[in-house]
Write a protein that binds this ligand. Structure first.
Ligand code: S3P
Length: 744
């Protein structure tokens, strides 16, 4: 009996081998309604007895010839080493146009067996491998849902026909599987590492413990760890014997790598080398967490196109309360970078657990630095000194983070190994020539993609950097910081002169770590030959994140909001100066200095804002806050004019165009100019606006809702987590009426 009304596309399905995998495939296909009949073939008497009563197949036989007679699809689900014999028999039979596929855990032997049996590779043969299983085996474990949400890897060959491939794909998808193609050459290698090796270890560990009779007691006490680690040791022994015989070479390579690393761990235990142990464990833990996020489809490593989060913001009343926004992004990045190349331990408090700064943290873990945390904003870095970084195992992926890529470029140019820096789709469009070119002038060897875009290939081994005097063509703290970091490794002195003051966290923090930095007017200079010494860093709350709430409180009538412990570094306070110039009511209290950075509590009360001409000297000091300030301008009386801000066009999005588009949709007159925007204050209506995957655009339109007359729907807000994890909850806690759209 079938449970689905799908139109049958397969007359007869023959499943050869009704163990867990074959039985589950047969049962699932039978219930899908895609087949008119499902025939099973097995030699085991118990299976012959049970398969029909269990609803796994319509008919069962132990005769291969009668099973495949007239079949449209033949699934081979026997152990991999039995494939050769079964295929040999199939080659003697009249198979017509039947499509043949298999579910073997290794693919090279199966493909070889097809070639051996038929003398060539059949176009109607589709090699496949479902990555699903269970420690249960046999037809009685058959489960029609076994493959739901599991991957099935197909390794089609050049000879494989499109029609055969389509049929096999459709069949697996009917069972709810996630079907992917992989080159045959990669399959056995990847599976050796991710599946075969863990099974070998589980079998081995249980056997080792079980064969020590005095240790039998331990099974009685074996709780969580042992049980979790060894669950797969209950898998089908025959199947696994075949896997290891069939995939010998790839398994040996994986096993050798593991044995090598295991003996290093053994030595660390023997020598009481706490740091080595912590290094392995922290790296593994973060890789594991990262991996579970990938599996749960929410990691920053995941291609962003597959994710979509939309915000729905509705008109609200006022914002009230006392809040602390997350840690400063710029300072968080730098704390990891400098802590890693310092000598001794650095303890960070208030670290921003956003995806951008986590990308930097992961990069240094990849380069061998032991970093504990983050845990509630605490991070402990075991510095390796200026020359202690190691080549990462592969490209360093920094997601959406321009700061990571640009600052790392300078640091990596000074290492004696090669690194590749890659980023997500948005970062891959951003200009890197601004750092690559001056670094090349210092002697660095750097390749970029066309027009100076990522990825960056930095060949540190091939160059000896030389200090230089560089006059920056644009006011960019990232470029300045990149060159100062390269300067730590360059012969002589490196000076960077900026056309206008930009954030000086690098200079301040270098000094905090005891590294001399000379600042004279617009020029900062470092000289190699000194060292950094680890210490404590207290990361203030990020004024760029606070800015959304400063604007929110300024525009929503009756608001009174205090933002605690916000960094008020003079190179970052453009947003305060501009809002005050517009008539904003902002008072600072509790001003103090933490770890070389000034902080204060900021109280913002509603005030009727007025449009202004934004002073040019404030532009670099508010560079990240303009999207929020444009919302303030839209709510102000009169016209606001911004000039000299062409840098906004090369941020995470073209912030001039994207904000102008969104504001216009909301009914505001906003005219973009090449280097700025002209905004006439007015009434904001309701619209769907596109954030262009830019975190700050998404949060700006979120606060705009306070003054809108209707709902604002903001699309593609996934990147808010790069700088402001927990934004929605915090926004709601002060009275902003915002939520994530369902089923986005
Ligand atoms: C940053 C500098 C700024 C800023 C960015 C962070 C930094 O970029 O927009 O969010 O941490 O140095 P530019 O240097 O490109 O202006």
């Amino acid at each position: 009996m079938t449970t689905s009304s799908a139109e049958p596309i397969i007359g007869r399905l023959a499943v050869i081998g009704l163990g867990l995998i074959g039985g589950s495939f047969a049962k699932g296909m039978r219930e899908s309604g895609l087949c008119r009949e499902v025939v099973g073939c097995d030699r085991d008497p118990a299976t012959l007895r049970q398969a029909v009563p269990l609803g796994v197949v319509d008919f069962i036989t132990d005769d291969l010839a009668s099973a495949v007679q007239g079949a449209d699809l033949i699934m081979l689900a026997v152990p991999v080493l039995a494939m050769e014999q079964v295929l040999g028999q199939l080659a003697q039979l009249e198979l017509g146009q039947a499509v043949i596929t298999d579910a073997g855990s290794t693919k090279n032997v199966v493909v070889d067996a097809v070639r051996g049996a038929f003398g060539y590779l059949l176009p109607q043969f589709v090699p496949g491998h479902p990555i699903a299983g269970s420690e249960r085996s046999g037809v009685e474990a058959a489960d029609a849902l076994l493959f739901r949400n599991h991957k099935v890897i197909l390794t089609p060959l050049a000879e494989t026909s499109e029609a055969a491939l389509t049929l096999v794909r459709r069949s697996w998808r009917a069972l709810g599987a996630d079907v992917e193609d992989m080159p045959l050459a990669d399959h056995d290698e990847v599976l050796a590492a991710t599946s075969h090796l863990p099974h070998l270890l589980a079998f081995s560990l249980v056997d080792t413990l079980a064969s020590r009779s005095e240790n039998l007691e331990i099974f009685r006490y074996a709780a969580g760890g042992f049980r979790d680690f060894t669950r797969i040791a209950a898998s089908d022994p025959v199947m696994w014997r075949d896997v290891f015989l069939a995939n010998r070479d790839a398994v040996l390579r994986s096993l050798d790598n593991f044995t090598h690393d295991l003996s290093r761990l053994r030595a660390a235990v023997e020598d009481g080398d706490a740091n080595a142990l912590l290094g392995v464990f922290t790296r593994a833990r973060s890789a594991r967490e990262h991996f579970s996020k990938i599996l749960a489809r929410r990691a920053y490593m995941e291609p962003m196109q597959t994710q979509s989060i939309n915000f729905i913001a509705n008109p609200g009343a006022s914002v009230q309360g006392r809040i602390r926004v997350p840690g400063d992004k710029s300072i968080s990045h730098r704390s990891i970078m400098l802590g890693s190349i310092a000598e001794g331990v650095t303890e960070v408090e208030g670290f921003l657990e956003g995806e951008d700064s986590l990308a930097t943290l992961q990069a240094f873990r990849d380069m061998g630095v032991v970093i504990e945390g983050p845990h509630h904003g605490r991070v402990t870095i075991q510095g390796v000194g200026l020359h202690g970084l190691q080549a990462p195992p592969g490209p360093i992926y920094v997601g959406n983070s321009g700061t990571s890529m640009r600052l790392l470029a300078g640091l990596l140019a000074g290492q004696n190994f090669t690194t590749e820096l890659t980023g997500d789709a948005s970062l891959s469009k951003r200009p890197m020539g601004r750092v690559a070119n001056p670094l090349r002038e210092m002697g660095a060897s750097i390749d970029t993609a066309a027009e100076g875009r990522p990825p960056l290939l930095i060949n540190g081994a091939q160059s000896q950097l030389k200090g230089m005097d560089y006059v920056m063509p644009m006011a960019s703290a990232q470029v300045k910081s990149c060159l100062l970091l390269a300067g730590l490794y360059a012969e002589g002195k490196t000076s960077v002169t900026e056309p206008a003051p930009t954030r000086d966290h690098t200079e301040r923090m270098l000094r905090g770590f005891g590294y001399p930095v000379q600042v004279k007017g617009a020029t900062a200079t470092v000289e190699s030959g000194h060292k950094l010494t680890g210490g404590k860093i207290d990361v203030p709350a990020d004024i760029s994140s606070a800015a959304f709430f400063m604007v929110a409180a300024s525009i929503a009538e009756g608001s009174d909001l205090t933002l605690e412990h916000v960094g008020i570094n003079p190179t970052r306070i453009g947003v305060i100066n501009i809002l005050r110039a517009m008539g904003g009511d902002i008072t600072l209290s509790n001003e103090r200095e933490v770890g070389g950075e000034p902080v204060a509590d900021i109280r913002v009360r509603y005030a009727g804002l007025k449009g202004i001409e934004i002073p040019l000297d404030q532009v670099p000091l508010a560079i990240d806050e303009f999207p929020a300030l444009f919302i303030a301008a839209a709510c102000a009386e009169g016209r606001t004019v911004l000039r000299g801000a062409e840098e906004l066009r090369v941020k995470e999005s073209d912030r001039i165009q994207v904000m102008a588009d969104g504001l216009q949709l909301l009914g505001i007159k906003a005219e973009p100019t090449p280097d700025g925007i002209i905004i006439d204050g007015g009434v904001m209506g309701s619209a769907t606006v596109d954030s262009h995957m830019d975190h700050r655009i998404a949060m700006s339109f979120a606060i705009a809702s306070l003054r809108a007359t209707g709902e604002i729907r903001i699309t593609d807000c996934i990147h808010v987590a790069t700088s402001f994890p927990g934004f929605l909850d915090l926004a709601r806690s002060v009275g902003i009426n915002i939520r994530q759209e369902d089923n986005a």
